[in-house]
Design a protein around this ligand. Structure first.
Ligand code: ZN
Length: 267
């Protein structure tokens, strides 16, 4: 009984403070808070299409309760800037842009506060790509090399101060994927904040194609834009791990929360 009295004495002041500030622990949206456009390429290589289908299912589940509206498209041909600007973010699933008009609309969207969450081949570029702005946007040089075949990898958080990584363990094993290395590395760009990298302990990394050394960031943001790039995205194991799934949700939420029209989650 004595213990109970002490407990009650401790609890009541807290409850009073809560009542005074009229705070409530949850806020419930009465309408969809924002909309996002998922861009995927159904003609991509099979392992990329596998990931894309699972990714759409993953993001579709995040719309349950109509917290936001997810639209999908296989082409940005019908999305001039005037249409793109209505989306809080574009999620690029292994889909790259080749047409000049689509590239121009995307560039204008990003330069005017647009949001982007890009996976795997959506960031792929090489000498043939001929889109210098995209390298400036991605924050690194072109594709340099990769491990093969896809395999799990020990990955390490470069920071746990960031909203995207603060709920993740310092290191974890990411599900099997093909991982790209870039040259120059995005880490050399002062505008880039690297959030996650392949551990140096993985070297030599690969069975057929072996990456022997090198700086190996796989998740980063170019702070000049409202963007995050995640290199995962190859094969059908991309969503089997709760830690990696949490990373994806954190990244999605972080991009959306910085919408220049206001944080939709506070509405
Ligand atoms: Zn791939």
């Amino acid at each position: 009984m004595k213990k109970l009295c002490i407990l009650l004495l401790c609890l009541f002041p807290c409850l009073n403070i809560a009542a005074q500030t009229e705070e409530y622990a949850a806020n419930y949206a009465s309408a969809p808070r924002f909309k996002a456009l998922v861009h995927y390429d159904p003609h991509a290589e099979e392992a990329h299409v596998q990931f894309d289908k699972q990714a759409m299912e993953f993001f579709r589940k995040l719309t349950y309760g109509e917290g936001w509206i997810m639209e999908t498209t296989t082409s940005l041909a019908d999305y001039p800037y005037e249409k793109l600007k209505d989306y809080s973010l574009i999620i690029s699933l292994n889909a790259a842009l080749a047409e000049p008009a689509q590239r121009a609309a995307f560039q204008k969207y990003m330069e005017n506060g647009g949001g982007w969450m890009g996976f795997h081949a959506s960031g792929y570029n090489d000498r043939r790509t001929q889109w210098p702005w995209f390298n400036e946007f991605l924050g690194c040089g072109p594709f340099y090399c990769n491990n093969w075949p896809p395999q799990p990898a020990l990955v390490e958080c470069d920071t746990q101060e960031h909203v995207v990584t603060r709920t993740l363990p310092q290191s974890f094993v990411a599900p099997a994927s093909e991982f790209y290395q870039w040259n120059p590395s995005p880490r050399k760009n002062p505008n880039v904040e690297v959030l996650l990298s392949i551990s140096q302990k993985m070297y030599p990394f690969g069975i057929k194609d072996v990456v022997k050394f090198g700086d190996f960031p796989i998740v980063w943001t170019n702070k000049k834009y409202r963007m995050i790039y995640l290199n995962m995205g190859h094969g059908d194991e991309g969503f089997i791990d709760a830690t990696q799934n949490l990373l994806f949700v954190n990244a999605f939420r972080w991009i959306v929360s910085r919408d220049p029209q206001g944080d939709p989650f506070k509405k």
